[in-house]
Design a protein around this ligand. Sequence first.
Ligand code: ZN
Length: 82
Amino acid sequence: MKKLIRRLVHTKTKFLCERCGKTINGNQYEYRPVQYIDDYIPETQRLCRNCIYTESFGSKGINLRKKNNQIEEETILFKDVR
Ligand SMILES: [Zn+2]
């Protein structure tokens, strides 16, 4: 079983978000869902801020989570955890 990956990997970078397809100039996040099936390893995606929050939490409490910078805080707290 592979763990969830959800973290900020770059700030101030230009890239194409793999979820919304927009060219982003800003924060880049890495996202990989938890692996539930042994022989299927989910792909790691490069996402923009909007997409990582939506992908992680759906629409539930998303504005508050963004305001609290939840994912950015987690990135700092768990940066050495794999
Ligand atoms: Zn996006």
